[in-house]
Design a protein around this ligand. Structure first.
Ligand code: CTP
Length: 429
């Protein structure tokens, strides 16, 4: 069962309870006028500020407001509703709703939908200036941004409470134009024909964090930029891409599925799952090689002059995936401070990789920069790429991956006993 549908993009417009709720009527009108199919969801507090009838009249659909509405749930359950839209827009987003979604609450329909969706989410915060400036709200916003939430506004000016400052909800015109532009870009990015059309690629990116106690962790230096650029370049060549990402400060690229993780173990689990039906794995992540043997339940106090931290080895993700998927085309990275070719070729063999992209690190090279240079090695060849911007490096590397993978796939079909790595066409997103 699905909602009656217009041809345009589907937008789930969610309102939490603030005086700015009346502006969302104008926002709903703008979305429907632009040809969007709009479903409004309101929290109980939002219903205190503006009536559901207004939105029903504007969108032609009854408003959803409760997890316990049997008739509505029978027509379309909340999990199905979470998958229905092309985008979720929370406007106004109150401090309370933002805090709840930051911490994964699911105690009403709006927060449950946010937790159960993999669609892009836009939030238009609206609150008193001191609530907005409060460290708790700002920390929540930083977390949401790092998870790929798109934040629109807030603006500055006279507030409903009589004070003047930052916290006014962004105007409907601005919210509508940001959301519609992003949806148009996403639609353009959706259908890509290229040498990797019909292939599924998994890219690991960013660092991992290995907790020591509730406030400390061990990590590697990695901005994730190179990995994100590789994911985008593979997508541009037509691949269906899953990005398994450690904590980074980058938005989820358009048209790419992102799975967030923190520890090496979580990254291993997510990568193994994503690789089950993949053709290509590119390991750009800077995975922590070791983790603390024990994670302290409480913050470790500085009682002693020295502190020993016992570490234990993490599993090597590429090696584990190779063991599970002997026919997968695997590309590794090697960051080296010396003997680049020797160490890279050593890893190529040890980890049974198909390609390895090696780069020099240290002395300000590669990390937190937009440029890089690589030498890519495979069993019987090598190619130098760059120095150039990481996006350009990624483009050339993706081109090489497509080329080498095509040769690998052709050889695999020629091998009588090998499992053919050709996969069916990518699922429509
Ligand atoms: N890698 C991995 N899992 C790990 C460590 C590394 O999948 N636990 C992957 C990286 O994503 C990269 C490649 O292995 O593609 C090489 O990573 P690197 O840190 O250079 O090599 P290590 O195998 O850790 O060897 P060393 O640290 O001794 O150089």
């Amino acid at each position: 069962m699905s909602l009656p549908s217009n041809a345009g993009p589907r937008i789930l417009l969610a309102l939490s309870g603030g005086i700015a709720a009346y502006k969302s009527a104008e926002l709903a009108r703008r979305f429907t006028k632009a040809g969007c199919d709009v479903q409004v969801v309101m929290t109980d507090s939002a219903l205190r500020f503006i009536g559901a009838q207004t939105f029903q009249a504007l969108t032609g659909k009854p408003v959803r407001s409760s997890l316990w509405d049997e008739a509505a749930e029978a027509a379309m359950g909340h999990i199905e509703l979470a998958r229905w839209p092309d985008a979720i827009v929370i406007a106004p987003a109150t401090a309370n709703t933002l805090a709840k979604i930051t911490h994964g609450f699911a105690d009403d329909l709006l927060t449950t939908l946010v937790l159960a969706t993999d669609r892009p989410i836009f939030v238009a915060p609206a609150m008193n200036r001191l609530m907005w400036a409060n460290a708790a709200t700002q920390a929540n916003m930083a977390t949401l941004r790092s998870r790929g939430f798109r934040v629109i506004g807030p603006g500055s000016g006279a507030q409903a409470c009589g004070e003047v400052g930052e916290g006014r909800v962004a105007e409907p015109e601005e919210v509508a134009s940001v959301v519609l532009a992003a949806l148009a870009a996403g639609a353009a990015a959706k259908v890509v024909e290229g040498p990797l059309s019909g292939r599924r690629a998994v890219v690991t990116a960013g660092p991992t964090r290995e907790p020591i106690d509730p406030v400390r962790f061990i990590t590697n230096r990695s901005s994730g930029k190179q990995g994100y650029a590789v994911a985008e370049s593979l997508r541009a060549l037509g691949a269906d891409v899953t990005l398994v990402s450690g904590p980074v400060n980058l938005p989820a690229p358009a048209g790419i599925r992102r799975v967030n993780c923190e520890t090496a173990q979580q990254m291993l689990d997510a990568t193994l799952a994503a690789c089950a039906d993949a053709d290509i794995l590119v390991g750009t992540a800077a995975v922590a090689d070791y983790r603390p043997v024990e994670v302290a339940g409480q913050k470790i106090k500085k009682k002693t002059e020295t502190l020993d931290l016992a570490l234990t080895k993490n599993a090597d993700i590429l090696t584990e995936v190779r063991a599970a998927q002997p026919e997968l085309f695997i590309v590794g990275f090697a960051a080296e401070t010396e003997k680049l070719a020797e160490h890279a070729r050593g890893k190529l063999e040890r980890k049974k990789l198909n390609l390895i992209a090696a780069n020099w690190v240290g002395d300000g090279r590669a990390f937190d920069r937009d440029d890089n240079a690589l030498t890519v090695y495979w069993a019987d060849g090598e190619l130098a790429i760059g120095p150039a911007e990481k996006t350009e490096i990624a483009k050339q590397l993706a081109g090489l991956i497509a080329e080498r993978h095509a040769a690998f796939a052709a050889a695999a079909t020629a091998r009588p006993v090998a499992k053919a790595p050709l996969k069916s066409k990518a699922k429509a997103k």
